[in-house]
Design a protein around this ligand. Structure first.
Ligand SMILES: [Zn+2]
Length: 355
């Protein structure tokens, strides 16, 4: 069955987030999650003949079930509060950067209060120093949710494969905390919206090079949404460090509905595709009637952000294996940072997903 070409949903507003920098081990480094990522991908997909449509707006209903309302409100307002507090002038930081995180060890059981100071509130919701909030961050992240919800609507209306060309990415965002260059969890929104549309069992397959700790956390206690990911082994020292291990298999009602396949540094097509096949089998066993693909292409050999060595052919084969599930599919863009190749990588993955 061929599902070609895919429909692509995009939004100009997704370009409004400009990271400016990442603060990594205390050092200001150039941000890599750039607007140009989206424009490069769009250029290639238009040339490949996919139908490209603009996102429309949606209310916060699904978003507020995936995330705690206080996180959404924080992201919506924090940059204006930061500006109002004068930080762009003194000490000269125009992006929201946390300086104190209220870890479980710090609070030691005390209630997590809402701090008055915006620079303290920043660390309540953001768990790293690399994920800065600038003037257009909220608009871009919220537009990514809109584009994702459009992709779900199109699939529910009968399109077999729709790709949400979004940024910033989302799979590192938990119910109440953001990080890893992500602000709102688009893939989780897609899964939740597919549930709303009547799909009783949904699978999220995350092929980004990094473990989607946020998506895992959001569905960890639930049996209805399988989260399955292959990624560079956090136990070998890779982000997100604290999640993504093979023994994380779900909890309570969600026991057995979480599958992590950590991979060694340097893993190439053969072992990566074995993991994709294992995950596809798990999706079948789960009985999913709809599929969300967290489509990161940062496992590619040329990508600067991970040590995996996947080829263009590997991505296309992975897409074809997932297409063989013959499930209505929403693909959501996650990572992928090598500007010269990421458009082609997305295009070949979609070609595979077209079956
Ligand atoms: Zn990644």
């Amino acid at each position: 069955m061929s599902r070609s070409p895919a429909v692509v949903v995009r939004s100009d507003a997704c370009l409004l987030h400009v990271p400016g920098a990442e603060i990594w081990v205390g050092v200001r480094t150039p941000g890599t999650e750039l607007p140009e990522r989206a424009t490069r991908i769009e250029e290639v997909l238009r040339r490949a003949g996919h139908r490209v449509v603009d996102a429309t707006t949606h209310d916060d209903d699904v978003l507020l079930r995936v995330h705690e309302p206080r996180l959404v409100e924080h992201l919506r307002t924090v940059h204006a509060r930061w500006v109002e507090a004068g930080f762009p002038v003194e000490p000269g930081q125009d992006r929201v950067v946390p300086y104190l995180m209220p870890t479980a060890g710090m609070l030691d059981g005390l209630p997590e209060r809402e701090p008055v100071a915006v620079h303290a509130a920043a660390g309540r919701y953001c768990y790293d120093t690399m994920t800065l909030v600038g003037p257009g961050t909220w608009e871009a992240a919220r537009a990514a949710v809109d584009a994702t919800l459009d992709a779900v609507d199109l699939v529910v209306a009968g399109e077999p494969l729709v790709y949400a060309l979004v940024r910033p990415p989302g799979h590192h965002v938990t119910r109440a905390a953001y990080g890893g260059s992500c602000y709102l969890n688009n893939a989780a929104v897609a899964a939740e919206a597919l549930r709303d549309a009547g799909h009783e069992r949904v699978a999220v397959v995350d092929i980004d090079a990094h473990h989607g700790n946020g998506t895992q956390a959001i569905f960890y206690d639930r049996a209805d949404v399988l989260y399955a990911s292959l990624h560079v082994d956090p136990g070998a020292g890779w982000f997100p460090h604290y999640a993504g291990f093979a023994d994380e298999t779900g909890r309570g009602e969600g026991a057995g509905a979480n599958l992590n396949v950590p991979l060694a540094e340097g893993t190439g097509d053969v072992d990566w595709l074995d993991a994709v096949a294992r995950i596809a089998d798990a999706v079948s066993r789960h009985g999913a009637t709809a599929l969300v693909v967290s489509l990161g292409v940062d496992a590619a050999a040329a990508d600067p952000e991970s040590p995996l060595r996947i080829s263009h052919d590997g991505y296309e084969t992975a897409g074809r294996r997932l297409a063989s599930l013959t499930l209505p599919t929403v693909a959501v863009q996650e990572g992928g940072y090598h500007l010269d190749t990421l458009g082609d990588l997305v295009a070949v993955t979609l070609r595979g997903l077209c079956g």
